[in-house]
Design a protein around this ligand. Structure first.
Ligand code: GLN
Length: 326
């Protein structure tokens, strides 16, 4: 047993079990992943993200009792990009419940995150809320609910601040502007969805709001914290606040598992075995149901747009701890 291990009896009073030394495990993961940090390519289709140093790494986890562990630059904020889709999907599911699925499905797409092709032959109904097309529809549904794009953004920020219990979270306006100036594919997606009558609001204001929530900046420590409600059946274990019902939390985790990494979702489930969501800023969040929230960040991406070193770190973590849903 190492020095930081603790033992506890479970509620049925059977044999004591050992809490792993998560800090030591994260340090081991960090050492093993070091030679791979910087492998891959930073997202350069958003010029502001192309400036990010690829040789950075951080990994954090927080257990349901609020214990937090981490390695690397775990206080440094980065562009959360598509991780924000977990938050907007959660908000929309809470508002619209099953009605939401009339506009966006829950099947893996098997296509890249910004693909237009599938949307054309499936008549403007995106496969799931985590590909760009689906997230654009979700953002549109939030604007319809709040009746104004600025109030929508304020509410998205408010929600993120609430689940992470961090009041000073904000977006980087330069990243949002950079994507607004270069995000031709996303604009095309929004226009195409509108042509199929699956967008209520003006496509330009919808993509603008979408780019803004993608440009939110958070650290791995804050993101690991913000996953706790999903690890605890929809209720924040530290504040007791119910964000979604247990059934909705199950659905969000399921969609993260099957669609959270686009056309590499199968591979992520195969190697890591946890619900997870990546972003082109190099972050990946993951949930260990009943136990913890995790976040890893390293900006260089593999060919699917997911963090190269981050995916490897999560794979090493689940291998060492045996923590996987399978
Ligand atoms: N804002 C990015 C885009 O729309 C998000 C993509 C991602 O993180 N996978 O292209």
């Amino acid at each position: 047993m190492n020095s930081n291990s603790t033992t506890a009896a479970n509620s049925k009073g059977s044999a004591p079990f050992e809490t792993p030394d998560y800090q030591k495990i994260l340090e081991e993961v960090y050492e093993e992943v070091k030679p791979h940090i910087g492998k891959g390519k930073v997202a350069d289709y958003i010029p502001e993200l192309a400036k990010v140093d690829p040789n950075q790494f951080a990994m954090s986890l927080m257990t349901l009792d609020g214990q937090s562990y981490g390695v690397g630059e775990e206080q440094k904020r980065f562009s959360i990009q598509s991780i924000s889709k977990v938050f907007t999907f959660t908000m929309a599911l809470k508002m619209y419940s099953k009605e939401l699925y009339k506009r966006v499905g829950v099947e893996p797409s098997g296509s890249p995150f910004n693909s237009l092709v599938q949307l054309e032959y499936e008549h403007g109904k995106p496969r799931n809320p985590f590909i760009n097309a689906g997230a654009i529809v979700v953002t549109d549904s939030l604007i319809t609910h709040y009746k104004d794009e600025f109030i929508t953004l304020e509410n998205i920020l408010g929600f993120i601040r609430d689940i992470s219990q961090t009041p000073d979270i904000n977006l980087n306006p330069y990243v949002a502007k950079s994507e607004m100036e270069h995000g031709y594919r996303n604009r095309a997606l929004a226009d195409l969805i509108k042509s199929f009558d699956n967008l209520d609001n003006d496509p330009t204001s919808v993509v603008e709001t979408y780019f803004k929530h993608c440009a939110v900046e958070m650290s791995t420590k804050e993101l690991a914290r913000s996953m706790l409600f999903l690890a605890n059946k929809g209720t924040d274990p530290l504040t007791g606040k119910e964000f979604v019902t247990p059934t909705q939390a199950k659905r969000i985790n399921a969609v993260m598992l099957t669609c959270g990494h686009y056309d590499a979702s199968g591979e992520f489930a195969f190697h890591v075995g946890l619900p997870g969501k990546s972003g082109v800023g190099g972050g990946i969040v993951a949930v260990v149901p009943g136990k913890m929230g995790i976040c890893v960040w390293s900006p260089a991406l593999n060919k699917y747009g997911n963090s190269y070193a981050g995916t490897l770190a999560l794979e090493l973590f689940t291998k060492k701890t045996g923590l996987s849903i399978f």
